[in-house]
Every structure is written in C-alpha cells, then in structure tokens.
Write a protein that binds this ligand. Structure first.
Ligand code: UGA
Length: 433
C-alpha cells in the first residue's frame, strides 16, 4: 500500500521505516529540510539501534523516500499517517498546534477520499475534532483512525516486531479494516476499538507504568528505613504473575519524553472533566522527589559540596539513547551546581545534549576514568553497560574519597564493602555509607 507519514521525529521515523520494511511504499515528510537531506543519505537524526540499517535497506529497495513536499506526498498515497509531536504546555496539557497544522495541510492537499491515521499521543476526543476539521476544510471524505504507539526508545525497532498489541480505533469499519490489513505483516495481536478508547489506552498504559515505578520507589524508600532490600522485594513481588516483574526496578525515578508529559496531560485532562486524579498526581510528586534522592544523600555525607569534585555517571534518561528530556540527570546537575559543586559528567552518547543545557558549567567526558579521577563522590544515574562494568577496586583506586551513590542498583554491596568503598544503593536497608 502507498503510505505517507508526516513527521520524522521518533515515532514517525520508526513507523515509516518499519512499514516500508514489511513491504509498503512509504514517503516520510518533514518540514525540516536539513533532516530530509540527512535521511536521504541514510543518516538518522535520532539515535536508535538498528534504524540506519533499515533506512538504507529500504531506500535501496525503493520502498522508502523522504521529502519536504507534503502536498505531493499526500496526493500519491492511499493512507496518511500523522506522527508529529504533542509537547507539554506550561499547564501540563498537550500542545496540539503541530497536529492541527499538519491536519490542515493534509486537508488542503487531498485529491480523493482518504484515511488519516493519527500516531501522535493526543488528549481523548482530539481525533474526533480533527476528523471534523479536516472534513470541513476539504472536499473529500476523510476517516480518522487512532493508532497509538507503545515503542520504547532504545528498543523501538525490536518493539515494533514483538509488541504486545497494536491498537486501532475508529468509527469507520472500512477504515479500520484498511489499517488492520496494513499492520498484518507485523504479526502482532490487533485490538480494534472506538476512537476515544484507543486514545485513552495510550495515556492509561503510560500512566499505569509510571504508577508502578513510583510505587516501587516508595517501597524502596521504606525498605531503607526498615532494613529490607528492594532488590529482594522487587524480585519477590515480580514473581507473582498478577503483579509481573516489569517496571518494578526501583531507582531515581522515570524520565524521558513520554511518562512525565503523558502523566501531566492525563491529570490535566481529568481536571477538565472535574475529576481530581489524586493517584496520578501523587505518582508525579513521588517521581520528582525521587530524582533528587542521591543529592539529598550526598548532602548528609558532605554538608557542603562547594568546590568538591562530584562525578556523575550517565546523563541519558535510560541506556541506549542520547535523550536527556526530563532525565533525572538534569535535575541532579542543577541541584549540584546550585550547591557550587565541581561537576564532572560521563555519558557514552548524551554529553552533547546535556552540554546544550549546561554549557561549560559542567565538565563533560566520554571516558569514565576522567570523571572518577580524584572525585570526592560519584552519583550513578544511568545503567549503561560501561558503567555496570566498573569494579569496586576501580572506585577505590581512582577516587579521592570512594563514595558511591547508586541510583540504579548496579553494584554488589559485599564487593564494595570488601574494598572499603562507601556504598549507598537506593532501597537497601543495609547500605555501607
Ligand atoms: C515509554 C513506554 O514504555 C512505551 O510503551 C511508550 O510507547 C513510550 O513511553 C511513549 O509513550 O512514547 P520510554 O519513555 O522510551 O517508553 O522508556 P521506558 O523504557 O518505558 O522507560 C521510562 C523511564 O522509566 C526511564 O527513565 C526508566 O529508567 C524508568 N524505569 C523503567 C524505571 O525507573 N524503572 C523501571 O522498572 C522501568
């Protein structure tokens, strides 16, 4: 089938590339011409394992092309996907200006009846409004289908082929069947729903996962006080298949471009219906506090960290991405700089993005040794493999004071103790610090 995907951000690019890979003829559109140039040279503007190989392969096999010309792309396609960003407004609500703009352009470009698929995360009820708007602006009949995405950054390609479900919502049964057919080759269970249900499934899923994380973090904080170990507790809880072991990893909270934005939007949406979503508000509050746990702990060890060299290992909001949006690292670095610490940070790929925020107030390195050397404490922020491999001996040998504050539960407590490293790990009632 001939498909156009509008927006080559994270969602749009992965959608376009994988649809091409299962055999569709895909044109990806973006207003950013520099991006289009990169993509036509098989260079991905986002870091995502495996994506460049797929871009190259599908361009070569003539199933994938990139352009800035939206009108032509819409006119040559049978189905149009919209996958533009819906960033957060100051009041927490989703900013719909990009999706409205894209929908208007689609409406003005149409030369036949069409199906428009919305991948972007939008507040419940938005797709129905967009459908009305497009139909008012064009002379053709347009059916909207909501097809939210459930991909995780860093494993997005893998997630497309081994997802738990594909959700497709629409009022138009014919449109639904067209999109079911497009997705068949992915071999993933398909759930057909009403338009509003599809929109809600996306928000509710992210909100539920965020809730699991804040819940386990609260339990971790209680473990510290009561002498229990969160590592054992998470394991024991996760063995109950009714609970499940996923998203029970305690630490310094969730970040990224999705959970913080979508939880804020859902509480805001509830508010517009006069529903006070207490539970989700607490989830957000717990997360904000949790991101600063390590700094809090550090200040109990050193009442002043002014001019002390503090090492920060990991900047990305999780491994296998260079994304630092709403990452714990940004809150942590801000707090350390406020206390006038000398901050040295390591990340294998996210330094550049962090540097755009903090400039030369932070010293950035892509070698762990440079950051640990002579440091008076180290904060473990992201569970990169390179960080997991550091040994207690290395901490002991390189640092001025071997104080390790672990926000991702990466190291063995006994090993640290044997090397006389002061080790604090979130949720451990028996930390050696
Ligand atoms: C999340 C969802 O997992 C995807 O299903 C969804 O499609 C995506 O948002 C989205 O809405 O676009 P993502 O933000 O890429 O995906 O990352 P996750 O792997 O879910 O991790 C989010 C954050 O939670 C990370 O900061 C991670 O460190 C943290 N986390 C995750 C924990 O603290 N504990 C856990 O047990 C799991």
């Amino acid at each position: 089938m001939k498909i156009t995907v509008i927006g080559t951000g994270y969602v749009g690019l992965v959608t376009g590339v994988t649809l091409a890979d299962i055999g569709h003829e895909v044109t990806c559109v973006d207003i950013n011409e520099a991006k289009i140039k990169l993509l036509n040279n098989s260079i991905s503007p986002i870091y995502e394992p495996g994506i460049e190989e797929l871009i190259k392969k599908n361009i070569e096999e003539k199933r994938l092309q990139f352009t800035s010309n939206l009108a032509t792309a819409v006119q040559i396609s049978e189905v149009v996907y919209i996958a533009v960003g819906t960033p957060q407004n100051e009041d927490g609500s989703a900013n719909l200006s990009f999706i409205k703009e894209a929908s208007k352009k689609v409406a003005h470009s149409l030369i036949k009846d069409s199906v428009v698929v919305v991948k972007s995360t939008v507040p419940i009820g938005t797709n129905r409004k967009l459908e009305k708007m497009i139909n008012q602006l064009s002379n053709y009949n347009v059916s909207i289908v909501s097809n939210p995405e459930f991909l995780r950054e860093g494993s997005a390609i893998e997630d497309v082929y081994s997802g738990d479900r594909i959700v497709i919502g629409s009022d138009d049964k014919n449109a639904l069947e067209i999109i079911v057919k497009i997705n068949k080759e992915f071999n993933v269970p398909i759930l057909k729903t009403e338009l509003e249900s599809a929109e809600m499934i996306k928000y509710a899923s992210n909100a539920f996962l965020a809730t699991k994380i804040s819940f386990i973090n609260e339990i971790a904080n209680l473990c510290e006080k009561t002498g229990a170990s969160i590592r054992e507790v998470s394991k024991g809880m996760g063995m109950d298949t009714r609970i499940g072991s996923a998203f029970l990893q305690a630490g310094i909270g969730y970040g990224g471009s999705c959970f913080p934005k979508d939880t804020a939007a859902l509480t805001q949406i509830a508010g517009t219906y006069s529903q006070d979503f207490h539970l989700l508000k607490s989830v957000i509050e717990v997360n904000q506090k949790q991101q600063l746990k390590l700094v809090e702990k550090l200040l109990t060890i050193y009442p002043s960290i002014e001019d002390r060299k503090i090492a920060v290992l990991g900047l990305a909001f999780k491994p296998e991405t260079d994304d630092i949006r709403d990452a714990a690292s940004t809150q942590i670095i801000k707090a350390l700089l406020k206390q006038k610490a000398d901050v040295y940070a390591y990340d294998p790929i996210a330094c550049e993005n962090s540097q755009k925020l903090f400039g030369d107030t932070v010293k950035y390195y892509d070698q762990i040794a440079d950051v640990l050397d002579n440091a008076e404490a180290v904060l473990i922020i992201t569970e990169w493999n390179s960080i997991k491999k550091i040994t207690a001996k290395q901490f002991k040998k390189s640092m001025k004071n071997p104080i390790v504050l672990d926000g991702r539960l990466l190291f063995d407590q006994e090993e640290m103790k044997n090397e006389s490293v002061s080790y604090y790990s979130i949720g451990e009632g028996r930390s050696y610090v």
